[in-house]
Design a protein around this ligand. Structure first.
Ligand SMILES: Nc1nc2c(c(=O)[nH]1)N[C@H]1C(S)=C(S)[C@@H](COP(=O)(O)OP(=O)(O)OC[C@H]3O[C@@H](n4cnc5c(N)ncnc54)[C@H](O)[C@@H]3O)O[C@H]1N2
Ligand code: MOO
Length: 395
């Protein structure tokens, strides 16, 4: 493919894995903000998570039963419930307290006897000889105070939020979701009902916002942009405002209406990727505008656009959020695997035991396979049938 504006040849026809790395490296992480835990959900840690207290913060009973000192039988001196502290002084050998799971073990108690194995008659307790330390979660046995529990770049998922609360944090320092403005080009597109002759339904306006959200971005708006005449695309790019990323769909190819490459040339954009050696999705592109905004061009064909979003947008948003390049698990493939010489082939797959099975319905304009897929397999050029392939997990 030729392209207007003469991007350097080393960014053209970039190998698929290299394209991912280039997109990730092009992103400078956004500034960090302190947010309450609920608002930090789904964002990315901008600094390490350190526990403020030891975990657990006190010797904790792991069972409902009796805290006992030394071998039995024992005399029960009282009760200690979760949330309270025993104030009756250290237990001496032969003494016990009734204790709840989660309660603070009194000093002197060296194990907890679960209620199921204990026999109580009044304040007399008997039971099997306890294992020293049995059923006690010792102060600091999970982590000492000040331990680093998660590095910067960790997503603030449900477990991390719970962990942060456990550690005594009310807020987290996180990087916000990168804002993404979506510009959908194509005069042939209609937005509702069945399309008439020569017209087709816009498949990308309805699908890209949730895709952006799933990749960690903030979809700001979807604008429909006229192909021609005039400079509607340039105006839309100018007007895209605060967005860190502008995604343009369609207009990536070399037809007379494909204004995007001309626009990048006119704006003296810095090319990062100009076409990727993959199928579909070959014409995708990524460039940095002089004001620092990143502009991503996705091919108009819907499955090609999806593939391209997972190739360039996912690493780009990860980089802006301060995350690492998304990891790609590997599995062998079953089913019919079309290959394209010299190009990575992106194919929809479903989980099939210890392998992934290739689905049909993956023409560049057809989303049927992708709609049913658990993942996209990235089959590299020169692939051997037995080799595991990298997978982009969709669900
Ligand atoms: N001479 C060449 N022509 C084309 C090449 C090429 O290398 N040389 N590459 C082909 C490939 S591969 C693709 S992919 C497309 C990319 O085209 P554009 O990104 O410029 O997109 P359009 O031309 O506007 O549209 C392509 C196709 O997709 C349909 N479309 C567009 N937007 C949407 C949408 N939002 N929802 C559903 N369908 C959409 C559009 O109607 C076209 O059928 O270029 C090839 N051509
Ligand atoms: O590469 Mo196009 O993106 O096949 O349809």
């Amino acid at each position: 493919m030729t392209s207007v504006g003469g991007p350097p040849s080393d960014v053209r026809g970039v190998p698929w894995q290299r394209a991912r790395h280039l997109a990730h490296a092009a992103a400078r992480p956004l500034g960090a903000v302190d947010l309450p835990l609920d608002l930090a959900a789904g964002l990315t840690l901008a600094r390490e998570l350190v526990t403020r207290t030891a975990l657990p913060a006190f010797d904790t009973s792991a069972m409902d039963g009796f805290g006992v000192a030394g071998p039995g039988p024992w005399r029960i001196r009282g009760t200690v419930r979760a949330g309270t502290v025993w104030t009756g002084g250290p237990l001496r050998p032969g003494e016990a307290v009734a204790i709840s799971t989660g309660a603070c073990v009194p000093p002197g108690a060296d194990s907890v006897l679960p209620v199921e194995v204990a026999e109580r008659a009044g304040d007399l307790l008997t039971g099997p000889d306890p294992r020293p330390g049995g059923h006690i979660r010792r102060l600091g046995e999970d982590a000492a105070a000040g331990t680093v529990l998660a590095p910067p770049g960790t997503p603030a998922g449900p477990a991390l939020l719970g962990l942060a609360a456990t550690c005594g944090h009310d807020t987290l320092r996180v990087r916000p979701r990168p804002g993404v403005r979506l510009l959908v080009t194509g005069d042939e597109l209609v937005r509702a009902g069945e399309p008439g002759p020569g017209r087709i339904r816009d498949a990308l306006g309805p699908s890209l916002p949730s895709l952006v959200t799933g990749l960690g971005g903030e979809p700001l708006s979807v604008h429909e942009v006229e192909d021609a005449p005039g400079n509607a695309l340039a105006e839309a790019v100018e007007g895209a405002g605060e967005a860190q990323v502008i995604v343009v769909t369609g207009s990536t190819s070399v037809g007379t209406t494909d204004a995007l490459r001309r626009l990048l040339h006119d704006h003296e954009a810095r090319w990062i990727v100009d076409t990727v050696a993959c199928r579909p999705g070959h014409p995708q592109l990524l460039a940095e505008l002089p004001d620092g905004r990143l502009l991503l061009g996705l091919p108009g064909n819907p499955y090609a656009a999806l593939v391209a979003a997972h190739t360039l947008l996912a690493p780009l948003l990860a980089g802006l959020a301060g995350r690492g390049l998304p990891a790609l698990p590997m599995l062998p493939l079953t089913g019919e695997v079309p290959v394209t010489p010299g190009r990575t082939r992106l194919l929809p797959v479903v989980w099939a035991g210890a392998a992934a099975r290739v689905l049909g319905g993956h023409g560049a304009a057809f989303l049927n396979g992708a709609a049913l897929a658990d993942a996209l397999a990235a089959v590299p050029p020169g692939w051997n049938r037995e080799d595991p392939v990298p997978l982009i997990v969709l669900r």
